[in-house]
Design a protein around this ligand. Structure first.
Ligand code: KG4
Ligand code: ZN
Length: 344
């Protein structure tokens, strides 16, 4: 008789920032359910995530979200092989909520506990397609908290080769959106209005650092947008509020183009340096359609395969936690119940 292997089914939990998420994932690829309770509305008035507000909201949402994920996946606790959570990096008082829930369920259900790194999990969200990964690969994880570039000679050896020296790309989108009076989170707001603007209307700087550098810097760009807005007014006031829609669209499109040019150039340098055969891209900013198209062009130009996380899996979610946790499960890397959250 044919030996049909039972899939490895993992309940995964994510609470590192402002989304409370749970997912049930089979064999690291098949998403049986993915539930996300977003706190965007709560943080909107502040233009960014307020840690205490996030932590309290996670406490309120965590059990209903887990229950919903289990129920949508139609699985019972007995069918779960392991419970996983992101334990780093992120806001410690937010991470602790998901981690405590995972520990409790692991203990109560007598299942192994798996703790994963949130950023590496983002990277795995680009690997949930069925395509084979050609190595070496170069990966860009670009979100509100991180802008990291990796060289991946093998999946057991993921090397960080570039990172932002100041703001993350998503953070720059959020700050510039606030400057322009656009709603939080800034990325989607800017992308939307930028679609009506001219990307070459205003020249904003691309901080590429030295010729060989794979690091990123976005604070100069953010300051340039600030000065541009003030420069419209002799008194140095922020005049963005009185911009016409067309002007606002031009600023947004020109800013977005500068961010994308910097991201693409660093990925290009890494592809050349490591002779990459694939490019991976994930994280909240990777949801940006203009960036996605630019990365398609780059991959084409260098003959690389491109793995981009599907748009719903770009921003924080628990399915990606389940994808990475599957790998940890196969490798037998489990966490003790004493494991703590780590901010960095
Ligand atoms: O991955 P994520 O949900 O959270 C972190 O781990 O940081 O990323 C959130 C970030 C925010 O800064 C948001 O403005 C940005 O991703 N973002 C975008 C887009 N959608 C989300 N940035 C540019 N274009 C988008 N369409
Ligand atoms: Zn994230």
């Amino acid at each position: 008789m044919e030996n049909i292997q039972k899939p490895i089914t993992i309940l995964a939990i994510e609470t590192s920032c402002d989304e409370t998420a749970a997912a049930v994932v089979a064999d690291g690829k098949k998403v049986l359910s993915s539930v996300i309770a977003s706190q965007t509305q709560l943080h909107q008035p502040f233009g960014g995530v307020v840690p205490e507000v996030a932590s309290r909201a996670h406490v309120e949402a965590i059990l209903p979200v887990i229950r919903e994920a289990m129920s949508r996946a139609r699985v019972q606790a007995e069918k779960i092989d392991a419970v996983a959570a992101a334990n780093q990096p992120g806001l410690a008082i937010a991470l602790v909520v998901g981690l405590a829930a995972a520990k409790t369920l692991a203990l109560a259900w007598r299942k192994p506990l798996i703790a994963v790194n949130h950023i590496i999990a983002h990277l795995y969200s680009a690997l949930m397609d069925q395509e084979e990964l050609l190595l070496p690969a170069v990966a860009l994880v670009v979100s509100g908290g991180h802008t990291n570039l990796y060289h991946i000679p093998t999946l057991d050896n993921i090397q960080l080769v570039g990172r932002t020296i100041d703001d993350a790309a998503g953070e720059a989108f959020d700050k510039v959106a606030m400057l322009l009076g656009l709603p939080y989170p800034g990325g989607p707001s800017i992308e939307k209005i930028a679609a009506q603007g001219r990307p070459n209307a205003i020249f904003f700087p691309r901080t590429l650092l030295e010729k060989e550098s794979l690091d990123f810097s976005f604070s100069g760009l953010k300051t340039a947008v600030l000065y541009y807005c003030q420069g419209q007014d002799m008194k140095g006031h922020n005049r963005a509020a009185s911009f016409s829609t067309a002007e606002l669209a031009d600023v947004a499109a020109s800013f977005q183009a500068a961010v994308i040019d910097s991201l693409v150039e660093k990925v290009r340098r890494a592809v050349v340096r490591y002779q990459a055969r694939s490019i991976l891209m994930a994280g909240g900013v990777a949801a940006n359609q203009v960036l996605r198209s630019a990365m398609v062009l780059l991959a084409d130009q260098y003959g690389c395969a491109l793995h981009t996380a599907p748009r719903p899996l770009c921003t924080d979610n628990a399915a990606m936690i389940g994808a990475l946790a599957y790998r940890e499960y196969i490798a037998g890397r489990f966490a003790p119940l004493s494991i703590e959250p780590k901010a960095r």
